[in-house]
Every structure is written in C-alpha cells, then in structure tokens.
Design a protein around this ligand. Sequence first.
Ligand SMILES: [Zn+2]
Ligand SMILES: [Zn+2]
Length: 259
Amino acid sequence: MKVDCSDQIIDNKIVTQALSVESTSLICALGLILMMRRRQFSKTSLIVLTICGYVYMDYYFFIGHCFLDRLENQESRIGFIRDLANEFKIHHDTPRNILNENHVAYTNLLVFFTILLVFVYLSLNDNLLSFAFLSFIVSIVGVIGSANHYYCHRITHEQNLTQLQKNSSWQFLLFKSLQRFNITPTSAHHSLHHRKTDDVLTIDHQLNWNLLNGFNKVYEHMYKLSGQSYELLSILFYFTNPVSINSYIIMYQIFYYHI
Ligand SMILES: [Zn+2]
Ligand SMILES: [Zn+2]
C-alpha cells in the first residue's frame, strides 16, 4: 500500500502510461490481421463498429467504476474484487498518488484476456472478424479512457510540474488538447467525482463515474431510478464485461456450429 504523498512535490520522473509488452503485442498483432483482411469491411461497417465499441466502453467504464466504488466490495469474498475496491478507495483517499504510477497498467489483464479470446474465436470462425474489430476498438478506447483519467489528475496539479515535465511528455500535451476540446472528460469534470463533502449524511464520490464523454447523465439517472441497486450493478459488472461477452461468442460458436 502506498503512503499519502499529498505533501510531497511531484516526482521528477515522467510516468509513461502504457500497457504491458504482452497486451500491446496482442493488440498490434490483431491490428495487423485486421489490416490484412480489410477488404472484408465496408467503410460504413468500420464506422458503425467503432461507434459501438466507444459506446460500449463508455457504458462499461461507468458500470465498472460505479461498482468498484461501492463500499460493499471492500469486504467482498472475491479476493480480486476486494483488492480492486480497496485500490479505488485508496485513489479516493489520496488521489494525488496516481501521479507516480502507470495507471493504464490496471487495464492490462482485461485487455490481455479480451484480445486473447479474440484470437481463439478467429481460429474457430473467420466470419467473426467484425467482433474482432469491435474488441480491438474496445481495448484501445479502454486504454485512452484510463490514460485520460491519469492526465485529469496531472492537469489538476499542473502548477506543481516543472517546465521539463510538461514539455517532455507528448502524452501530457495530447491529453491536455483532447480535454481542451472536450473530446475526453476534463480534469474539472473528474475533480467533481473527488470532491469531499462536509455533510456527513452525503456520501462522497456519487457522481461523474464516467471516464469517456458519452451517456454518463443517462446512466446516473438510471442508477438513481434503480434505488442505487447493488444487485443490479453486480449483474451488469460480471455479465457484461468484455471478457464475458467474448466468452459467450465462443460458447455460441462451439455449441451452435459444433466446432
Ligand atoms: Zn471513484
Ligand atoms: Zn480520479
């Protein structure tokens, strides 16, 4: 567990936000395969699949973040859920710690298994190339959302960065530009999620769970309509994540086509 560094000056080193070599290699290999088969995609289908991938990730970022912020999960009997929920709690308690870590690496396992499953079903049936492309977009958009979250915090503390830290990181300049044009959620938007309330009856972190610009307001409204149901969130978290969805596709292929 990391210590609170709220009184420390920001580390001199530039923290690169990147996936592991394994996940990056799998994404690149899949990108290469998709490029070689590009004649099977029309321009319209590429655009539609890209939009679907983005909308799906906007939805799942909301579900994942909202679910792991729930206090119940800090006592979960499932070890990795308990660990993740406690990591989220640490991030709420000491948000500035994120500046000294590779935050994107948290998505490594999800990206690795999503893309790995894509290779399995590509070996089963070539007609599933559209799902492969969708998973490719989902993984890339997932990485962008995670990196943007890191840069939300980095921009919040921009006044503490040295000129060298600002200038030597192309990622910093890229995400600052994306936020300036409202393409990704801004640091001001995300800081509302971290706002502490003095009112003891109000629970902190009850808004802006999104890590992409999309349908956050709709999801928040539906979450409230459900009475902030933990059960509903759990079902959506476990059964609509990218790995589960890819598993359904493989099972469908195996049982329906007897592969
Ligand atoms: Zn949170
Ligand atoms: Zn944050």
